[in-house]
Design a protein around this ligand. Structure first.
Ligand code: PYC
Length: 332
């Protein structure tokens, strides 16, 4: 029997899981994270499937593996692993991974309270606040985010004709706001989200097929964000984000919040310097901010930041044995 052992730290960021692989992950060459991501997907995708899918994971599982960075200006590289693949960027994954890495001593920062990460989508500066052995919260300064298309008409089976905006915040989001054929999140169950989101995503991809103007490795509508008024006092908006085949983000979604702020700024509903408290489907929040104006491929864009908390929930030693018929996981 051959058995591969993975040493993991399991955490959650505002309710969404983050499984950090701290031992047993594949060794990758010293190339930029965007290339490491492609090598991982080509040669080691079974690791992702084994650790994310049932029976070791579940429909909404996500995680990360830390690697040395090939950039002089970054402390460490981060590879995101999810049920949906390897995202170019993941906000809740960053907050959970930084929390676990600092609390468990996986990285020794050059400057207390700051880290520079190399994500496949670009450089991410991070600030964290530690009290005793706990990290209280983490703020990440995300990649430049921009509104790609607005008021796009889609014909979606089960909904009819709807309008979406397509916005980028590290991943491409089809953003649905309340409108005639979709009254909002209140009347929508998780089952409705799981049924309707793939239809919206397919229709948006068929019409828009976005490619990042400065990095053609980043392409395609991967996420759908349903938005509504907040329930919590002090929050500005609520959302439910769908990704993969069956995942709904329990956190307010870091790249989604960035995409949403880029959309709201482009539409003149937010300004540079504004704060944005974003509420998740389970009532947890991220404290976000529009930091500055910038450009992506000649288009107006913003640099957003997103802050949230995460908690480590345990250490998990996971075996993947070749005598297990379900070694590489399954989805139903
Ligand atoms: O927080 O960016 C995020 C994210 C992406 C998918 C799930 N969470």
């Amino acid at each position: 029997m051959t058995r591969q052992t993975f040493f993991c730290i399991d955490a959650h960021t505002c309710g969404n899981p983050v499984r950090i692989v701290v031992g047993g992950g594949p060794l990758l060459p010293n190339v930029p994270m965007a290339e490491k991501r492609e090598i991982f997907l080509r040669d080691y995708d079974w690791v992702r499937r084994a650790l994310m899918f049932e029976p070791r994971g579940h429909d909404g599982m996500s995680g990360a593996i830390l690697y040395p960075s090939s950039r002089d200006d970054c402390d460490v590289g981060i590879l995101f692993i999810e049920v949906s693949g390897c995202l170019p960027m993941c906000g809740h994954g960053t907050i959970g991974t930084v929390t676990a890495a600092i609390e468990e001593g996986l990285v020794v920062p050059r400057h207390e309270g700051k880290l520079s990460l190399e994500a496949p989508a670009g450089k991410i500066e991070v600030e964290y606040v530690r009290s005793c052995e706990y990290v209280e919260h983490v703020r990440l300064f995300n990649v430049a985010s921009y509104l790609h298309a607005q008021d796009v008409d889609l014909d979606v089976p089960g909904l009819g004709s709807i309008k979406i905006d397509l916005s980028y915040g590290g991943n491409y989001y089809a953003i649905v706001e309340p409108q005639v054929n979709w009254p909002g999140l209140d009347g929508m169950s998780a089952t409705d989200i799981l049924r309707l989101s793939p239809l919206v995503r397919t229709a948006a991809e068929a019409k828009l097929a976005p490619v990042h103007p400065e990095n053609s490795r980043i392409r395609g509508v991967s996420h759908v964000m349903w938005t509504d008024k907040p329930r919590l006092e002090g929050a500005h908006a609520r959302n439910a984000v769908f990704y993969g085949d069956k995942a709904i983000d329990r956190s307010p979604c870091g790249t989604g919040s960035s995409a949403r702020m880029a959309q709201l700024v482009a539409r003149g509903r937010m300004n540079i310097g504004d704060t944005f408290v974003h509420e998740s489907i389970i009532g947890t929040t991220f404290d976000c901010r529009v930091e500055e104006e910038t450009q992506v491929g000649g288009k107006k864009a913003i640099k957003p930041s997103v802050a949230g908390w995460a908690r480590v929930i345990g250490h998990n030693t996971i075996f993947v044995s070749n005598c297990d018929p379900l070694a590489h996981g399954f989805q139903i």
